[in-house]
Write a protein that binds this ligand. Structure first.
Ligand SMILES: N=CN[C@@H](CCC(=O)O)C(=O)O
Ligand SMILES: [Zn+2]
Length: 410
């Protein structure tokens, strides 16, 4: 069955030529983009969706979330707004609440967040463990995550749980816990920061997870300068996330990792994506990540929601894109690229998703606006109107939501 989406006022492709087409149409066949071009030249299809003069752009690729959690930390948030600093120790509060939630409750909570993300235009989603922090709990969280997310990351190295010895816990993360989660996860992450894991501990976690065949990512340079970005480069990680406090050497190391990549044609060997998390930066009152500087240095960046109860309780990629334009100096096209193709690069799926190109998975969203610029021009507005994943509606406004997908699964 083929689908024609026509009467698109502006189509942001994020293809290698970064084309922005006016008065465009898309044809989808078997869940893939089969044709893209001017609406008046569009071929016939079995089903026609009239976009009504709306803008179309790729579905968001949210490459950094922590959706497997229970509990509420709004009091901690309010204390922060009153002047307290963020500290990694808050993770333990969520660990307790999440351990107390049974499988059904936790699954219900996670599915609700995934559905919320889909309504906001997210069509490809990563999520992490990291609030279990014991072998059984990390395995449970990985299993629950793997039922609803496209990409699951093992973050046993999120915090040394209260009462545990840091060295013994690091060893557990590298051995028994890793074996327990391995069937459910695609990559591994470590929170390399003062108050979480040291450089040496992080290195051991990254080496063990690499040897287990996992892709790597690093939470780094979030709360102060540190070794996170350089470790990510050293280990050939797919991304380093947060990157609020980068030294010139860190930027140079990240830029060097992209020397085998041709940004103009989006081909070659990808380096380490710098994943910026602007909603988190605002909620923790950290300086916004230097997205402009990184782009200018030749680093590919991603924008992600970092949805979690401690530092960034939102699934809104549109909010991240709007903030990147309004406050980080990115153009609309750069911000949309970072939230789509950039996220795909950070997850290693850039050949499949993240742009509107013939042959790629037909993940596309329509905005209640004539251009993508409205994402920043009308900040905070729920502009996403329709969301298609593999050519099927997945948002709650669509009539076929959930059919054949097991409910809220993206
Ligand atoms: N920085 C580490 N982890 C999360 C926050 C976790 C929490 O505070 O619950 C983050 O990405 O911001
Ligand atoms: Zn995070």
């Amino acid at each position: 069955m083929s689908l024609l989406i026509t009467n698109i006022a502006e189509l942001t492709s994020q293809d290698p030529e970064r084309r922005v087409l006016q008065d465009a149409a898309i044809v989808v066949e078997n869940g893939r983009f089969a044709w893209i071009g001017a609406a008046h030249r569009a071929p016939a299809a079995d089903v026609v969706h009239d976009a009504g003069g709306r803008a179309a752009l790729p579905g968001w690729v949210d490459s950094h979330t922590h959706l497997v959690f229970a509990g509420d930390r709004s009091a901690e948030f309010q204390a922060r707004m009153a002047g307290e600093s963020y500290a990694a120790g808050g993770i333990a509060v969520t660990m307790e609440a999440t351990r107390a939630a049974d499988d059904d409750e936790l699954t219900r909570l996670v599915r609700g967040r995934v559905a919320e993300a889909a309504d906001g235009g997210t069509t490809y989603l990563e999520t992490k463990t990291g609030y279990g922090l014991s072998v059984d709990q990390e395995r449970r969280h990985a299993r629950i995550a793997s039922a609803v997310a496209d990409h699951v990351t093992y973050l046993g190295a999120h915090l040394v749980p209260p009462g545990a010895d840091a060295e013994e816990y690091t060893e557990l993360v590298c051995t028994e816990m890793l074996t327990a989660v391995r069937p459910y996860v695609h990559s591994a992450d470590v929170f390399c920061e003062r108050g979480a894991f040291s450089e040496d501990q992080s290195r051991r976690v990254l080496a063990a997870c690499r040897d287990a065949g996992l892709g790597l990512r690093v939470h780094g340079n979030q709360l102060g300068p540190g070794p996170g970005a350089r470790l990510a480069v050293e280990f050939g990680a797919a991304s380093v996330d947060h990157v609020n406090y980068l030294e010139p050497d860190d930027v140079a190391a990240l830029a060097g990792s992209w020397s085998g990549w041709d940004s103009a044609s989006a081909t070659g060997a990808p380096g380490v994506v710098a994943t910026c998390l602007p909603a988190c930066d605002l909620s923790t009152r950290q300086p916004l990540a230097p997205g402009r500087e990184l782009l200018d240095a030749g680093v590919e960046i991603a924008l992600a929601s970092n949805c979690n109860p401690g530092t960034s309780y939102t699934t809104s990629m549109a909010f991240c894109v709007g903030t990147a334009v309004l406050q980080m100096g990115l153009s609309v096209q750069e911000a949309v690229r970072a939230a789509t193709f950039g996220g795909a690069l950070a997850l290693g799926v850039q050949d499949t998703v993240g742009s509107i190109e013939v042959g790629k998975r037909a993940d596309v969203q329509l905005l209640n606006a004539p251009s993508a610029a409205h994402l920043a021009y009308r900040p905070g507005m729920p502009l996403t109107q329709a969301v298609f994943r593999e050519g099927e509606r997945v948002d709650s406004r669509g009539e076929v939501r959930g059919s054949g997908r097991g409910g809220a699964r993206l």
